[in-house]
Design a protein around this ligand. Structure first.
Ligand code: PMP
Length: 756
């Protein structure tokens, strides 16, 4: 077998060199010291494709050789003037060695980064317009125009939530890059200006090696790739982006449409790198070369999702001298909204927010800010969760119809959903809102029992339809409400903090239950149902006292009435310990109302009940909901259930929720104005009180609005609007929880210090 030394001697007239093996992807590389000169010998498998590519690569290197003083490897021809030597199995190519420190090894400053951009811009400018059919026909997953090819590698990423983060950016690439790809400039690009390929001298980028990823791709991809590496290991990555863009733009002016997608291209390069390291790591678990970028790349991807794409784009644009795209204020939108929408639609916060996009536990506004979402429980599996969005998109593009036809999605989802319930529940009716579900639940109860009266808990809310308002003390007893209707029986909220009976034992719950039973017994011949939430959200995140339902439910049934559990807020694993709220009270209702998180923002809701109750409803009148249970909704609902399960989000609600609650309880010890911290999993309430123990509406409002100014979303509720509601997407993690608690602590310190 020929040795490397043989080849060097016979083909390149290098005798007795010192050889050192270097790391490499598609080739075996050696550093060759001839005594006079240093070279790199690259050994490739002998294939027609490789030899054609090497010829094309040498052509490019030949063109770049004139771009002085920038340094590129030069091809050293063989004795006989060929671009490479070959034996039976391999091709050997000799290149000049470029001196310098790797970009990875030196400290970055603006001057260095600007020279990085300028280097790249100069190289791209030189290569622009050059055509090569071999390079043009190359297709690899490292070429960002073929980013989607990396999808097959996603399963190799071990952590399921990391996989989701990657899938989220694949989805965004499809939304924002693919549709405009055909409008972008193309050119031969280096396509791998990573920290270990870029060389520097005296604090400036001076050269680049490894043209193995060279391709005919979108010009902007070369900058996106370089920026990805320039932004690694930076506390404020956007700050480092500015000099790189400036440097590039000066040499090779960028187009606005290119800058528009840069944010998503940088994410795409990170995803490419992460998918490939996850894949190759399996075969080479100890290779530093393969995983060298992995840790900082994950770090940057997590930083990246917390950056509003609009803000990134704005900074990129301004670096290239284009105008700002951020909206200065919300006045225009407010004006239009006032014109077209009723004042009865409320807006959150003293300073309303105009949202543009959202991502898992983050939301982005028109002004370029990112909000940590600690409030929107509807997005249970995270904003724009890729699996849920894809399920919706694919089904919408395939079939959408109604329950008068047979289709798989209805059966499949019904089966999966019912499997989450105790066996007594075997029927599901799909509708489009929690309100419609409440309405239907009441109809079912009235039909089944042939009675008229409904018992409700004070401060409860169950929907915006007429019968929804009728059963919602929160609405009928408050401003604008027309009071309790005759068929409604209201019982006190079994609130162990503010109520008549306090203390967290079963005894307290029983006291409340006894009083409720006394009241309900008076109406026993007319009582159709009792409706309650397991934790009363609008009442101020108040868990029904322990033991309350356990004592009350049997009595209600004894009167021939039904027990309805409204799980619209608390269902689907949010409580951590339990998938459904009724489980925390150790009871099984007759009818369950579902909504909000069921479709992660898609309007799907349901009533789940027993066969017996559903049968009583089969009285000849058709039940039809035009949209309820349509294939798109069912596919989305099923995806939500799958994600909760696959990503162990109930467990996450438990661990993060416990962590958050403990921290809030600690804060309570420091600040007596926190009267109570309650709730379960990621459904928590923090009740603010005055020095005298009265509801502190003002302080709750300050906290909510100040948190909003610090870009954290919560709301307030309860009869006195003095309870901070925390119910984030379950993607919320411990670090997010810490940010929230630190924010509350800081505000409390500022606003309550030495004040009453
Ligand atoms: N029940 C409860 C407990 C709710 O919180 C809500 C909505 N806030 C509803 C029912 C009504 O749901 P929707 O807004 O989807 O009609």
């Amino acid at each position: 077998m020929t040795t490397i030394k043989d080849i060097l001697r016979s083909s390149f007239e290098i005798k007795n060199p010192t050889l050192k093996k270097l790391e490499g992807y598609g080739s075996i590389n050696y550093k060759v010291d001839s005594g006079n000169e240093i070279y790199v010998l690259k050994q490739y498998q002998k294939t027609e494709e490789n030899s054609n590519l090497l010829i094309a690569e040498s052509k490019v290197l030949g063109i770049l050789a004139s771009v002085t003083p920038l340094e590129f490897p030069k091809t050293v021809c063989t004795n006989s003037g060929d671009l490479f030597a070959a034996d039976e199995h391999n091709i050997y190519r000799l290149l000049t060695f470029i001196e310098g420190d790797f970009l990875a090894d030196i400290k970055h400053n603006n001057g260095l980064l600007q020279s990085f951009g300028a280097f790249l811009g100069t190289m791209n400018q030189k290569l622009h317009g050059i055509k090569d059919s071999v390079i043009a026909s190359k297709i690899t997953e490292w070429d960002l125009q073929y980013f989607y090819l990396n999808k097959r590698l996603i399963p190799h990423i071990e952590n399921v939530q990391d996989r989701t983060l990657i899938e989220y950016f694949f989805l965004q690439h499809e939304q924002h890059v693919r549709p405009v790809a055909h409008t972008l400039r193309k050119s031969i690009i280096h396509s791998d200006a990573n920290n270990w390929n870029v060389l520097t001298k005296k604090g400036k980028v001076s050269g680049i090696i490894d043209f193995g990823d060279i391709c005919y791709s979108h010009v902007i991809n070369d900058l996106a790739i370089a920026m990805t590496y320039g932004l690694l290991n930076k506390k404020k990555p956007l700050k480092s982006a500015i000099p790189i863009i400036k440097g590039f733009h000066k040499q090779f002016p960028l187009q606005e449409r290119e800058i528009e997608i840069l944010y998503y291209l940088i994410a795409a390069r990170l995803c490419t790198s992460l998918c490939n390291s996850a894949f190759h790591k399996k075969d080479h678990p100890n290779s530093d070369y393969i995983t060298i970028t992995e840790k900082p790349a994950w770090q940057l991807l997590h930083q990246w999702i917390a950056i509003n794409p609009l803000k990134a784009t704005d900074i990129f644009r301004k670096a290239a001298g284009f105008s700002s795209v951020l909206s200065k204020n919300i006045n225009d939108s407010l004006k239009k909204r006032k014109k077209h929408s009723s004042k009865s639609l409320s807006l959150s916060y003293k300073k309303p927010i105009e949202m543009t996009r959202s991502a898992l536990q983050y939301m982005y506004d028109e002004q370029g800010d990112t909000y940590l979402d600690a409030y929107n429980n509807i997005m249970i599996v995270g904003h724009c969760h890729p699996k849920v969005v894809t399920a919706g998109q694919q089904t919408m593009a395939t079939l959408n119809t109604n329950t008068r036809y047979l289709y798989k999605q209805l059966n499949s989802y019904s089966e999966k959903l019912l499997a989450k319930f105790p066996k007594t529940f075997s029927k599901v009716f799909f509708v489009n809102s929690g309100s419609a579900a409440t309405d239907l639940a009441i109809r079912l109860a009235l039909t089944y029992t042939k009675k008229k009266k409904i018992a409700v808990v004070k401060h409860g809310y169950h929907g915006n339809t007429r019968s929804g308002i009728d059963v919602s003390h929160y609405k009928y007893a408050n401003e604008g409400g027309s009071g309790k209707k005759e068929h409604i029986i209201q019982v006190p909220l079994p609130d162990t903090f503010n109520g008549k009976h306090t203390g967290n034992s079963q005894k307290t719950g029983k006291k409340y239950a006894k009083e409720a039973i006394q009241k309900l017994t008076k109406h026993k011949n007319q009582l159709a149902a009792f409706i309650a939430e397991p934790i009363v959200g609008c009442g101020g995140q108040v868990p029904l006292a322990q033991g309350y339902l356990k004592m009350l439910y049997p009595k209600i049934r004894k009167h021939g009435a039904l027990c309805i559990s409204d799980e619209v807020q608390v269902g689907f694993g949010r409580l951590g310990d339990h998938f459904w709220g009724f489980e925390m009270h150790e009871v099984v209702p007759d009818i369950v109302i579902l909504g909000k998180p069921m479709g992660n923002g898609h309007p799907i809701a349901a009533v789940v009940t027993t066969k017996e109750i559903a049968t009583s409803f089969e009285n000849g009148m058709e039940f039809f909901s035009s949209f309820g249970g349509n294939p798109v909704s069912c596919a989305i609902g099923e995806a939500v259930l799958d994600v909760i399960e696959d990503e162990s989000l109930q467990q996450q609600a438990k661990t993060v929720g416990d962590h958050l609650k403990n921290k809030l309880k600690k804060l309570q010890k420091e600040f007596p104005k926190i009267g109570d911290v309650r709730g379960s999993g990621l459904f928590l309430g923090v009740e603010m009180i005055t020095k005298k123990g009265k509801p502190n509406t003002k302080l709750a409002s300050i906290i909510k609005n100040e948190l909003r100014n610090r870009h954290i979303l919560v709301s307030t509720d309860g009869p006195h609007n003095n309870v901070i509601k925390i119910k984030p997407p379950l993607y919320f993690n411990k670090e997010n929880a810490d940010v929230l608690v630190d924010g509350i602590a800081d505000i409390l310190f500022k606003f309550t210090h030495n004040k009453s």
